[in-house]
Design a protein around this ligand. Structure first.
Ligand SMILES: NC(=O)C1=CN([C@@H]2O[C@H](COP(=O)(O)OP(=O)(O)OC[C@H]3O[C@@H](n4cnc5c(N)ncnc54)[C@H](OP(=O)(O)O)[C@@H]3O)[C@@H](O)[C@H]2O)C=CC1
Ligand SMILES: O=C(O)CCC(=O)C(=O)O
Ligand SMILES: [Mg+2]
Length: 743
């Protein structure tokens, strides 16, 4: 056995999974103690990233290192073994709230300049750009993604089907609305670089004047480069027409974008919806709103907040005009009807990957202002991704709701590495300053790609490197072989980008052994049809997709099959040999924190964390020969089986088992499995005692854990809780703590 210590980095993040960590991590650290495995945390939370990026005026004891950059470097080495819990991808309102909390805690970090005027402000905004939106995942994801339900989890889900599915009614007015022209889909162009080069982006106005938008973008040989444009006039027309349709039909209107991950393009698309929906009020007061810096891209919530800068009578007048819009317009889908928070309030509340599956799960309905479920027209403007949602909605209208007890699964192999595709487009996205063209020009002065734009159009370019594409094809083939299931590449030859990728697949597939495998390339609508037909017959299918569909499908199918994407195994085999183990496929569940603060019940299911730890330990065993790591992995896997069998997942309701109780049971079953194994006598002896102590105190521990519920909880902050307070709340059983701390 190697004597070298292996290190697992456990990311310290935000919201519900961060709270869960206070309870789970001490257990993991105790179980791995003395086994040559060290589990160390690194803070990449939103507040941590703000602190790390703005040390200038901080006291020494307030500073923390830039762990994200360090982890990004680590991810490019074979030693990387990172457990990545979901973190906040902050919208501007979230970023501002986090800054405010830090300032109130005595951290001298600058305000976020919404409209920078001075050079100084521009610099601050540029530095905050590193923290804004999906700032973590693209840095760490130096590999492609393998997301699926572990066999034991799927079996459990079929045996104990979740009860969240609502039937689809005989007649549903719900539909997915998308644009028919002028969207990214219509305009996408793509080239594959035949040699490495450095390119620049230029805007050429109709007056012939050339403006440099960006210089010095390096491209590798074999890299796929795309550009596309969202025509804003067409987008606004689409919004206006769909608003009218929802009104005529008397159904809810909802908008589904990804303003967090797509931090540049999607807030603009969100803002256009806000300004079309509240047109009468916002146009009438345009001059005043501009003066106070109200920005529809940050949602109606921002506009309402900025009104506080006005004299009371002016504020009341604008509020009344906004209110009057509701009388004229269709009802909006609600995020929180009790507080009057609609779908258009903040851009980060309704995020398409998590929101559309819930529409399907809830029988095509969303919540209305009376707290009832109602049919909705779901706007997903761009056809690159809307059509597959339309297909699943139409499928449910034809065949009814899916049955989690019998439905097959759709696992995903996603092309993600090295900021692939749209998820790496932020630094190449521009709002056209006027009518003209935006072009990408190579070092020889030739335009590689050229797009016609009107003023305000959203131009977006993205890159996909060759090595990740080949690695993705290999991963898909390997999953096909390991599972015996058909593999479908979801690619539409009518899209410029996809056509280039299909060429690469045709080039690389023959290099792998695909004998006996069923591998197809289908456009997303056909791929969805094919997969759903199989799902309804109980058959499994592998979806090999690009980065966006990876994100969307790995929430969609798990939410339908398992009730939540938290139950997904989410492995990222890093291209340079290390491993990034993501926990689940969902987010940081802000709703769960609200419930915890109100009633002391945390319903976050840490199954994703348990599942991620197994391959992380297995990797240590494989790389170093550490047999204790292998045994810890095997026994944790057995414990997970028992956890599922005995249904020890957190309940959604207060005064029933929550995250802390679930973590207690995983520790109990893990200790029992370690006690029972015979391969390592030391571990068996140590954990026999632990298992016995837990067993004889089970009732008492449960009682102590439950006694902590049913009252408001103070953890001393939202974005940066007080660690001592949070630990105290998340470890309320003195009996259990004593057992764990004495290991
Ligand atoms: N990998 C990452 O880092 C990701 C980060 N995010 C970030 O998370 C935040 C919120 O995103 P949002 O899209 O609302 O998605 P969330 O996943 O946070 O919330 C959607 C719902 O999913 C369910 N859910 C997700 N995980 C769990 C879990 N472990 N246990 C139980 N239920 C779970 C909950 O449903 P219910 O309430 O019905 O129980 C939850 O309310 C954003 O800031 C977003 O950017 C989002 C996705 C991935
Ligand atoms: O990084 C993000 O903002 C979200 C990532 C995500 O949703 C996913 O990978 O499933
Ligand atoms: Mg997602």
């Amino acid at each position: 056995m190697s004597t070298k210590t292996s290190k697992i980095i456990w990311s310290e993040i935000d919201e519900a999974p961060a709270l869960a960590t206070y309870s789970l991590l001490p257990i993991v650290q105790a179980f791995t103690k003395g086994t040559g495995i060290e589990v160390e945390t690194q803070d990449i939370s939103l507040s941590g990233r703000i602190i790390a990026n703005f040390p200038d005026k901080l006291r020494e004891d307030q500073k923390i290192p830039d762990y994200l950059t360090q982890l990004g470097e680590l991810a490019k080495t074979p030693e990387a073994n990172i457990i990545k819990l979901p973190n906040i991808s902050a919208s501007v309102p979230q970023l501002q709230a986090a800054i405010k909390e830090l300032q109130a805690k005595g951290y001298d970090v600058p305000d976020y300049p919404e409209e920078p005027k001075t050079e100084e402000e521009k610099k601050i905004q540029a530095r905050y750009a590193k923290v804004l939106g999906s700032a973590v995942n693209p840095v760490l994801r130096e590999g492609n993604s393998d997301r699926r339900a572990a066999a034991s989890v799927k079996k459990f889900a079929q045996k104990n089907p979740h009860r969240m599915m609502k039937p689809w009614p005989e007649v549903s007015q719900t539909r997915v609305a998308h644009m028919d022209s002028g969207d990214f889909y219509a305009t996408e162009q793509s080239v594959t670089m035949d040699k490495a080069d450095t390119v620049k982006f230029e805007f050429v106005g109709n007056d012939g004047k050339v403006t440099l938008l960006r210089d010095g973008l390096k491209l590798q040989a074999g890299e796929v480069l795309d550009s596309s444009v969202m025509n804003v006039a067409a987008l606004r027309k689409f919004y206006a027409e769909t608003i009218e349709e929802a009104k005529q039909k008397g159904v809810l209107l909802s908008l589904h974008l990804k303003a967090t991950m797509m931090k540049v393009s999607d807030p603009i698309m969100f803002g256009h919806c806000v300004s079309v929906f509240y047109k009468d009020a916002l146009e009438k007061h345009a001059a005043t709103l501009k003066e106070i810096g109200a920005n529809p891209n940050f949602g109606l919530g921002d506009i309402l907040a900025k009104l506080n800068k006005l004299p009371a009578d002016k504020k009341a007048q604008i509020e009344a005009d906004i209110q009057a819009c509701y009388g004229k317009q269709p009802d909006l889908a609600m995020v929180d009807s009790s507080k009057g928070i609609t779908n258009l309030h903040v851009p980060n509340d309704v995020i398409v990957d998590a929101s559309m599956p819930v529409v399907v799960r809830d029988g095509g309905k969303m919540w209305n202002k009376n707290d009832q479920l109602q049919d909705t027209i779901a706007m997903v403007p761009d056809r690159c991704y809307a059509t597959m949602y339309r297909e699943i909605v139409e499928d449910c209208k034809r065949h009814g709701q899916f049955n989690p007890a019998t439905m097959g699964s759709v696992a995903n192999v996603g092309l993600m590495a090295q900021k692939a595709e749209e998820y790496g487009s932020h630094d190449k996205t521009f709002e056209a300053p006027a009518a003209g063209v935006i072009r990408i020009v190579n070092s020889a002065g030739q335009a590689l790609l050229e797009q016609k734009v009107e003023k305000g159009d959203i131009f977006r370019a993205c890159q996909t490197k060759d090595i990740p594409i080949k690695d993705w094809v290999k991963l898909a083939v390997n999953r096909g072989k390991a599972s015996g299931e058909p593999v479908v590449f979801w690619l539409d030859e009518k899209r410029g980008h996809d056509a280039e990728i299909i060429k690469k697949i045709n080039k690389y597939l023959p290099e792998f052994d695909t004998k006996g495998l069923d591998i197809r390339v289908l456009p997303p609508v056909e791929a969805m049809k094919f997969s759903l037909e199989r799902v309804r017959k109980g058959q499994n299918t592998i979806a090999a997709t690009g980065n966006v569909l990876r994100d969307y499908l790995t929430d969609l199918f798990p939410i339908l099959e398992l009730g939540t994407s938290a139950r997904m195994l989410s492995i990222v085999p890093l291209i340079d040999g290390g491993g990034l183990f993501e926990t689940g496929a969902g987010g940081s569940a802000p709703k769960h924190v609200q419930q915890f603060l109100k009633e002391g019940h945390l319903r976050w299911d840490s199954l994703g964390e348990y599942c991620a730890l197994v391959p992380s330990l297995e990797m240590i065993a494989a790389n170093t020969g550490n047999q204790k790591a292998a045994i810890l992995a095997e026994t944790l896997d057995a414990a997970i089986g028992k956890y599922l069998e005995n249904q020890k997942e957190p309940s959604r309701k207060v005064n029933e088992i929550d995250n802390r109780g679930s973590n207690f049971y995983i520790a109990f079953y893990w200790a029992q499995a370690l006690a029972m194994q015979t391969k390592d006598k030391d571990l068996a002896a140590r954990f026999t005692q632990v298992a016995q102590q837990i067993e004889s105190n089970e009732a008492k521990i449960n009682q102590e854990l439950l006694a902590a519920q049913g009252r408001p909880v103070d953890i001393g902050g939202y974005f940066r809780p007080d660690p001592a307070k949070a630990a105290k709340e998340m470890r309320p059983s003195a009996t259990f703590n004593a057992i764990i701390d004495s290991i």
